[in-house]
Design a protein around this ligand. Structure first.
Ligand code: ATP
Ligand code: MG
Length: 564
């Protein structure tokens, strides 16, 4: 490990290296990820997770998982469980260092008592409205509370009675005694405790006063021995307050460093908005494959490695930037291309009959499982005289440069044979119901028998062996790049894409897909990356979700830029 700060590092790692070099924390690096258990994690949280766990790992340090469960009315055990599951799924491990802010409620209370004893905290009996009004504004200094100079003994007694439940909600609160004229509003005698006669999902009815987030967060970092507390930019203005509390208490001082939130095009990441989509039925739950939640992405077929690679690649910044979701999809494709087995699936089938195929003959052909991974081997795929191909792969009036099926045009069936369509059969409405073709037996395996070339290769499945399945073709949830920009209220919902889910029943699947485990990922050749649905796929009922189409708009953009 180097001790000299290296300048090709992002600003957080540079600061960590400076602290290591100066011995500020004795070379120790200890971070934490502090979710509030009031919703499911999304890809923005993934960035924070990769950063805090990543920095700790790179410097031989530790990273804690801490639930900031200071708000009893919004938090639930369901979220606590789901968040742990998601962090593990992303590939990170907090060992035995699972903490809850609520584990520290007594210690926080004792520390509050110490501040009262020092004369730097007081019980305020103004109404919540008065407190709000007297706080002033950015331009107007606040006004001191008439209760600000209560004697210490009276404050101690009132605080004790608050805790004992003697007062109603809103009757009084505990505030830090800092400076009502401070230019930073967070320093204008911030509230430390408020009365909430609510049951907490972990501490039950033990408490009827709960610490404010700002009173809890910095001390929890300190109690856990955190060295580098990495958080998003909105906490920058809170840092002086956290530092003030720590200094007043004279306890271990972590160092907070802020970075910009992740934002993505075509995506909303606010928990409140995501909850709305779930509640109004726009999506089918938190794990809907269109949701940017880790649950949704997992069900969609995202790999943890792809999300980590994306987070690594974008790095961190001090200013808000919006990343192109196509970049995330690019990392997803890169990973899936390396790792997913190939299969053949016909999404919109039309029958192709080989008139010269020996009756009853089944030819077991070898198909390569993954051209990117020779270790993945081959599988047998049955070929017969009655096949399904994509309706869209045939043209009656083919345009110039059409390399797929057309009357008289020879085409390769992947891993199969060269075939030539001779005639088509239509129903009364003029819709094609069958393509009749001949094949060249010498082209078995898809190899040219005599050096003659075909330009097109298409996928197929044997009709009698095919498995019927449902394909859910997912696309981006929003139709515009910036759904929340320049709209008011519910306006962002007008940007929901109408076709973010198209269900295709009656797809014809290669028989080996019958046994796919839920969550198994594949590339359906020429069609896209798909995953066996985690909820609905099962024996006798194949359901596959489209993870992402094959076309990589990001790679094309990069290639264009490289050419320019
Ligand atoms: P929201 O405000 O969207 O409802 P939150 O940020 O309050 O969510 P928390 O559970 O408090 O949600 O977040 C846990 C941690 O994840 C925090 O440290 C927060 O800074 C970080 N985080 C949340 N959203 C993002 C994001 N979009 N990009 C990076 N980090 C994020
Ligand atoms: Mg938060």
């Amino acid at each position: 490990m180097t001790t000299e700060p290296r300048d090709n590092l992002d600003f957080i790692r540079q600061e960590v290296e400076k602290d290591n070099a100066s011995g500020r924390y004795g070379g120790r690096v200890h971070t934490r990820f502090p979710p509030e258990p009031n919703g499911y994690l999304h890809v923005g949280h993934a960035k924070a997770i990769c950063l805090s766990f990543g920095v700790a790992a790179e410097y031989g340090g530790l990273c804690n998982l801490r639930f900031d469960d200071t708000n009893p009315t919004k938090e639930e055990q369901e979220y606590v469980d789901a968040i742990q599951d998601d962090v593990r799924w992303l590939g990170f491990d907090w060992g035995d260092r699972l903490f809850f802010a609520s584990d520290f409620f007594q210690r926080l209370y004792d520390d509050a008592v110490r501040l009262v004893q020092k004369g730097v905290a007081y019980v305020d009996s103004q109404s919540p409205e008065e407190i709000r009004t007297n706080r002033g504004s950015l331009y107007v200094p606040g006004r001191d509370s008439p209760y600000r100079n209560r004697p210490v003994a009276e404050n101690l007694e009132l605080l004790e009675r608050m805790r004992a439940g003697d007062f109603d909600e809103g009757a009084c609160c505990l505030r830090a005694r800092i400076d009502m004229a401070h230019p930073n509003m967070n320093m204008r005698d911030p509230i430390m405790y408020r009365i909430r006669k609510a049951r907490h999902h972990r501490t039950g009815d033990t408490w009827c006063i709960y610490p404010m987030y700002d009173w809890a967060h910095g001390q929890c970092d300190s109690y856990e021995g955190i060295t580098h507390s990495l958080c998003t930019l909105e906490f920058e203005n809170h840092r002086p307050l956290y530092d003030w509390f720590i200094e007043q208490l004279g306890i271990h001082a972590p160092r907070q460093i802020e970075f910009a939130r992740l934002q993505l095009t075509y995506t909303v990441l606010s928990k409140r908005k995501l909850l709305e989509l779930v509640q109004d039925g726009t999506v089918d739950g938190w794990d809907d494959p269109r949701m940017p939640t880790l649950r949704g992405m997992r069900r969609r077929g995202y790999t943890p490695a792809a999300i980590r690679a994306f987070c690594d690649h974008i790095g961190i910044a001090k200013f808000d930037a919006i990343h192109d979701v196509a970049l995330l999809e690019h990392f997803l494709r890169e990973d899936l291309n390396r790792t997913s087995p190939r299969r053949m699936v016909v999404t919109d089938p039309v029958e192709l009959v080989l008139t010269d195929w020996p009756a009853g003959k089944v030819d077991e052909l070898d198909a390569v499982n993954n051209p990117e991974d020779p270790g993945a081997g081959t599988r047998k795929v049955p070929f017969t005289g009655r096949l399904f191909v994509e309706r869209d792969d045939f043209r009656e009036n083919a345009p110039r440069k059409w390399h797929r099926l057309a009357i008289g045009q020879e085409v390769r069936l992947r891993y199969g044979y060269y075939v030539t369509v001779r005639e088509v059969e239509k129903d009364a409405d003029g819709r094609i119901v069958q393509l009749r073709a001949t094949h060249d037996p010498a082209s078995r395996g898809g190899d040219s028998p005599d050096g003659r070339k075909v330009r097109g290769t298409i996928h197929w499945v044997s009709a009698e062996h095919a498995v019927d399945g449902e394909l859910r073709l997912y696309d981006r949830l929003f139709a515009v790049e910036h759904p929340t920009r320049g709209v008011e209220g519910d306006g962002w919902k007008a940007h929901l894409a109408p076709d973010s889910l198209v269900v295709r029943r009656g797809a014809k699947l290669e028989p080996s897909l019958r046994d796919a485990e839920p969550g198994a990922r594949f590339q359906f050749e020429r069609v896209g990356y798909f995953v066996a649905d985690l909820r609905d796929h099962g024996p006798g009922q194949p359901v596959f979700d489209r993870t992402v189409a094959l076309k990589d708009s990001w790679a094309r953009l990069e290639a264009k830029l490289a050419d320019a």
